[in-house]
Design a protein around this ligand. Structure first.
Ligand code: SF4
Length: 480
């Protein structure tokens, strides 16, 4: 039984975000909706009247992390207890149970009901507050220009929500619902607005982003959407995540090759190098299908950088299966990789039907071996770039040295580079494409110096404050 409690009128909010880019973008949208409803972003969680914990359950221990986070919510301004809302995948999965476990949770808002959060907070002062909404909502339209973006250079734009694939290990179809496409007109308008606000890069998001089919534009698939976005003035780069290998079509490859703004990077989740394991994962492609696709991509774009997701220790994975993952990794030579030890996720087909039978120590041995291999490959790829001049979109100050700037190549490699003191301090290069001569390399990034003086800025980007109270996503791309 949940006891009613005196409600608090929330004025300042703080959002803590876990998970993938999709969750980070959901928090940006939520922040915008709260701004619109008259709230202000708090500098720190202790200043907040409303604390939102936007959760992820793709990786293990999501609930433990939530409870740790709840334990860290302080008293709030003036000693008043803040309203605490749990949103995202754990909210969707657990629903009312989160209220009933005696935790400090006031509201539970599922992945499809996010836009209802401000009204639900207001409703807490009413007679019969609605404290849980994990209902499915088909409408994926979202008010344009509202998202409060946390990145000053790259604008995330959702194009698809949900997934129908039900890979055996994946919780996404259960937490995000069935696949729903956003109208192309709305996507394009959001990209135009982002360009007008000074964003130079657009990042199209979807659980299977390349399964896109416009509900409002007959025949418009992902390749055509790329072409439409490429035509938006002011946008200089287009990225997307995550595509599924079985939906990489010839028109999509053709669009990537011919459209100048589409980055030469493809995140192509493989999950395993063994056809037997892929079948148990219900991935609907084989090792050979995947390798043939890599060959097609490289034939069309010899300079394309590939990255991937891998799960080790999936049920029934033998030493031989794992060796196939290693041999595929050697063959493809990924530019980067997110690798994970398998763990059961609630409701998934694997958790219901397959025994988690690879011992924990063996999973650790395998992931250490895979990561060592991948690190060596990345080191070699990066070393070969030393001496080259690469084009970098500047997006931040270097994490390690305040006198250096950082950005990414078209292939998504991080480059830290020395800039003049004025450039580093003024932020004038933020959001600009510059040429950098690579002087040094490591397994995870490149280092260099400006190859030439950048041309004067055509029009200053309208930089927006990093708006979210909490940390942004801490994981890679879990979808597809
Ligand atoms: S891994 Fe990707 S394609 Fe598979 S069910 Fe999850 S979101 Fe869908």
């Amino acid at each position: 039984m949940v006891r009613a409690r005196k409600a608090i009128v929330a004025r300042k909010y703080f959002i803590e975000t876990f998970g993938c880019q999709m969750n980070v973008h959901d928090s940006e949208r939520l922040a915008g909706l709260l701004d619109q409803a008259g709230y202000e972003a708090a500098e720190a969680v202790g200043d907040a009247d409303l604390v939102v914990i936007n959760t992820c359950s793709v990786r293990e221990r999501a609930e433990e992390r939530l409870y740790t986070e709840l334990g860290m919510v302080p008293g709030g301004r003036g000693g008043k207890r803040p309203v605490v809302a749990v949103t995202g995948c754990v909210a969707q999965q657990e629903g009312r149970a989160l209220l009933e476990r005696g935790q400090r949770v006031d509201l539970v808002v599922g992945t499809q009901a996010l836009s209802r959060l401000p009204a639900m907070v207001d409703g807490l002062t009413g007679h019969r507050p609605e404290r849980v909404d994990v209902n499915p909502y088909d409408n994926v339209s979202f008010p344009l220009g509202v998202a409060r973006r946390s990145n000053p250079v790259t604008a995330a734009v959702t194009i698809i929500e949900g997934c129908n694939d039900f890979c055996a290990f994946c919780v996404v179809p259960y937490t995000r619902g069935h696949e729903r496409m956003r109208p192309a007109a709305e996507i394009l308008e959001e990209v135009r607005l982002a360009a007008d606000s000074g964003y130079r890069e657009v990042h199209l998001l979807g659980q299977i982003v390349n399964h896109y089919s416009a509900p409002d534009r007959p025949g418009c698939d992902f390749a055509e959407l790329l072409a439409l976005v490429d035509g938006v003035p002011g946008i200089e780069r287009i990225r997307f995540a995550s595509p599924h290998p079985r939906h990489v079509s010839d028109p999509m490859i053709g669009a990537m090759r011919s459209l100048p703004k589409v980055c030469r990077h493809l995140h192509l989740p493989v999950q395993s190098g063994s056809t037997a394991v892929l079948a148990r994962m219900r991935r609907r492609h084989t090792r050979d299908d995947y390798l043939q696709l890599v060959d097609r991509l490289r034939a069309a774009m010899p300079d394309i950088a590939l990255s991937t997701d891998v799960i080790v220790g999936f049920p029934g994975e033998t030493d031989r299966d794992f060796e196939e993952t290693l041999s595929l990794t050697r063959r493809v030579r990924y530019h980067s990789m997110f690798s994970f030890k398998y763990s059961e996720r609630p409701n998934t087909l694997a958790s219901k039907r397959l025994a988690d039978d690879v011992p924990a120590a063996e999973k650790t041995r395998r992931i250490v071996g895979l990561q060592e291999l991948q690190k060596g490959i990345q080191s070699e790829i990066h070393r070969a770039r030393v001496g080259a001049v690469v084009e970098v979109l500047v997006d931040s100050t270097s994490r390690r040295r305040a006198t250096e700037l950082a950005g990414r190549t078209s292939g998504n490699t991080v480059v830290n580079f020395r800039a003049g003191p004025r450039d580093a301090e003024s932020g004038d290069l933020l959001g600009r494409l510059v040429r950098v001569r690579i002087t040094d390399s490591g397994p995870f990034s490149l280092r260099g110096e400006l190859a030439d003086s950048p041309a004067p800025r055509p029009s200053p980007p309208a930089r927006r404050d990093a708006a979210l109270g909490g940390a942004a996503g801490r994981q890679g791309s879990p979808s597809a």
